[in-house]
Design a protein around this ligand. Structure first.
Ligand code: MSP
Length: 660
């Protein structure tokens, strides 16, 4: 029989800055759930990836003096980037999608076209308040004190020709999904969605933009690029092969899957995403789980506030598993939690060093010391058990059921609480039996001591199996020390007392979780955070490396460069960057070109100048105005700042002269 299929996803991350501990929390949680389902023997597909389009990336790339693709490549694939971080954190994703991947772009274009053809996407004019950092449009009523309700920053008026998705059409069906099914969890988020977004009336959603170009082009309307959510949300199905030839897993039992997301994007995942799927006639997600935020001093972490916590520093200092464990153990999964280094160290010392670490090292050390690492056959049985034998055995044997209930209800923190109650009970059991006293008369008490140790090893094994999704590497080590063979590491064996062979080879190995010296560690962390804040020393002038890929001569000749004279130049209203040029290009008909260079030039200083333009690019709309070509500039970076100079040539050259 085929194993049950289980598909789980993280949000796809914006590679606009290095990822921090908040992103790590989200991915580790999803990884833990994926590993839990694998442990149960399910066929798991775990997807994560990056959301690489949009104006923010375009702007940041410009600031960095590189192309948007070069910019995202660096953050996704470069040293210390997203892929590196997931590797370090032992993330077991089966696929990694980048929204710039060709197959995804192809799917998004087809999806957009299908929704356009079925009448759910139509053309209109967008007027609204736009928050650039969040890439979100808001209505007046959604603003908080006139500012972006998500990040609290200033919003700006924006108006442009755009395509819209008929989200309003799906309001009733989405409301029904939210209120009458278990689709969205925790339940508290349902009310939030209905009250804040559905009840005020769902407005149609802007799904294309013309004011920037770093996005999936709308292939039937040049100048428009698909605006964030249709591009981003559909990744969950394009990664399976929906509307593309790259994969062939859509319709094969993976979808519908489980979307794990942070609370601020629940709105998009529980309203817009189902509505897009309704429009496409595809099955709705099985679940959307909205987890809370990791806060720092009660506030959101953000690069601009300079208060992000670097997971690399923590993993290096305390170990990947300890960090993974801390994230899952400390913060209830649906709620916000306050991160602090003190809390991290306290959790490591209490739970891992004192409770689990001690249990393993005491049990394996005593098995080595009193029995040379092999308990005698028959030690699993004891004819007249003490009440504490029965209590511990009962607690360990029933642990899997409680744990399962918690994991199935997306409460990994509770599952860990259950496991650690048993670990604490086991440590108490050591004291109740005082093995060191029993060992004084091995002839008389040897069999009882062996039974006590077997009970401890078996309890440790069961806990170890259930901790595997949280701390995969450390549990491997734990099994090696406690002698658990492969068939005693399975889900099935975790529900069965006695799966550990009585005579298993036990050996005390390295200390799994060393105690942390709190004061010293805090000082070191502070120093590391300070060092990370120091800006990297930048060279004064940086120029982009030359391209190594050759362009053939005929292709080069297809670009028509001409000398142009500036007849008029003005700033485009409501745009911080755009200048509009009216140019004499020698044809006798004025040419209009828009150029995002206001940062470097005032319009009046350019009138009368002789410049160079490429004149045979397809027309492009920006802020509702058409641009026919592009002015040529020279760019470099000066102390990290982008510098730009329009190419100005001798005024004696007539307008229209061809460059060749
Ligand atoms: N690109 C969008 C998601 C598109 S999904 C189709 C996005 N990216 S993000 O990089 O800004 O955030 C990705 C995830 O990280 C979100 O779920 C967000 O909640 C999570 N976190 C970012 N900071 C966080 C904390 N401080 N704490 C917990 N999770 C946080 O949104």
């Amino acid at each position: 029989m085929e194993n049950k299929k289980f598909y789980i996803t993280t949000p796809i991350y914006y590679p606009s800055d290095k990822l921090h501990i908040g992103h790590t929390y989200c991915t580790v949680a999803t990884d833990t759930l994926a590993r839990y389902h694998r442990l149960r023997g399910e066929d798991v597909m775990f997807l994560t990836g990056t959301d690489e389009h949009g104006q923010k990336i375009e702007d940041k790339a410009r600031e960095a003096g590189v192309t948007p693709k070069e910019f995202v490549d660096r953050i996704v694939e470069g040293p210390g980037g997203v892929l590196d971080l997931w590797k370090l954190m032992n993330i077991s994703n089966d696929r990694f999608i980048r929204t710039t991947d060709g197959y995804h772009v192809q799917s998004v274009q087809r999806i957009f076209k299908r929704m356009h053809d079925n009448g759910d996407i139509y053309k209109g004019t967008y007027k609204g308040k736009y928050c650039k950092p969040c890439e979100s449009f808001w209505t007046e009523s959604q603003l908080a004190d006139g500012k972006c309700p998500d990040c609290g920053r200033e919003v700006q008026d924006a108006e442009e020709e755009a395509y819209f998705f008929r989200l309003s059409k799906y309001a009733d069906r989405v409301r029904d999904l939210l209120e009458n099914t278990d689709f969205l969890e925790p339940k508290s988020r349902v009310n939030e969605m209905v009250k804040n977004f559905i009840e005020p009336g769902l407005e149609d959603l802007c799904v294309s933009r013309t004011s920037f170009s770093w996005g999936v082009p709308v292939d039937f309307d040049p100048g428009h690029v698909v605006y964030v959510w249709v591009d981003a949300l559909t990744n969950y199905i394009t990664a399976l092969g929906y509307e593309n030839d790259r994969y062939d897993d859509y319709g094969k039992g993976w979808w519908p899957g489980v979307n794990i997301v942070g609370k601020e994007i629940v709105r998009f995942h529980s309203i817009i995403w189902p509505a897009i799927l309704m429009s496409l006639g595809e099955p709705l997600p099985k679940k959307c789980f909205g987890h809370g935020w990791l806060l720092l001093d009660g506030g959101k972490m953000s690069k601009s506030k300079g208060n992000v916590v670097d997971p690399y520093i923590l993993a290096e200092k305390f170990g990947v598993d300890a960090l993974r464990f801390f994230l899952m153990r400390t913060f209830p999964f649906g709620s916000d939690g306050n991160f602090s280094n003190e809390l991290l160290i306290q959790t490591i010392n209490n739970d891992l060093a004192n409770d689990l670490g001690n249990l393993v090292s005491r049990t394996t050390a005593m098995t080595g010391k009193y029995f040379g690492g092999h308990l005698p056959a028959g030690c699993g049985q004891w004819a007249s058990p003490e009440p504490w034998d029965l209590e511990l055995r009962q607690a360990a044997a029933s642990l899997r059921d409680a744990y399962e209930k918690d994991m199935e209800s997306f409460a990994p923190h509770k599952a860990l609480e259950d496991v650690f109650k048993v670990i604490q009970r086991a440590n108490k059991y050591i004291d109740e039996n005082a093995p060191w006293k029993l060992s004084k008369d091995m002839e008389q008490n040897g069999p009882r001591l062996a039974h006590v140790l077997y009970t401890l090893l078996e309890t440790t094994r069961i806990c170890g199996v259930l901790l595997t999704p949280f701390m995969p590497d450390s549990m491997e080590k734990l099994f090696a020390q406690t002698g658990a063979p492969a068939d005693a590491r399975t889900w099935d064996s975790a529900g069965r007392w006695g799966a550990l062979p009585e005579t298993a080879a036990v050996s005390k190995g390295e200390n799994l979780f060393p105690r942390v010296d709190t004061e010293k560690a805090l000082e070191e962390l502070e120093a590391a955070a300070e060092a990370a804040k120091q800006p990297a020393v930048r060279p004064e002038i940086e120029i982009e490396p030359q391209l190594t890929e050759k362009v053939d001569f005929d292709t080069f000749c297809k670009s028509d460069f001409r000398v142009v004279k500036v007849k008029a130049c003005d700033a485009v209203k409501k745009s911080a960057k755009l200048l509009r040029f009216t140019l004499d290009d020698g044809t006798g008909v004025d040419r209009q070109i828009l150029s995002g260079i206001h940062q470097w030039y005032e319009p009046e200083e350019l009138v009368g100048k002789t410049l160079v333009a490429i004149v045979n690019l397809p027309p492009r709309k920006m802020m509702g105005l058409e641009s026919n070509g592009m002015l040529i500039s020279a760019v470099h970076t000066e102390r990290g700042e982008e510098a730009l100079h329009l190419l100005m040539v001798d005024d004696a050259i007539p307008a229209g002269a061809k460059l060749c």
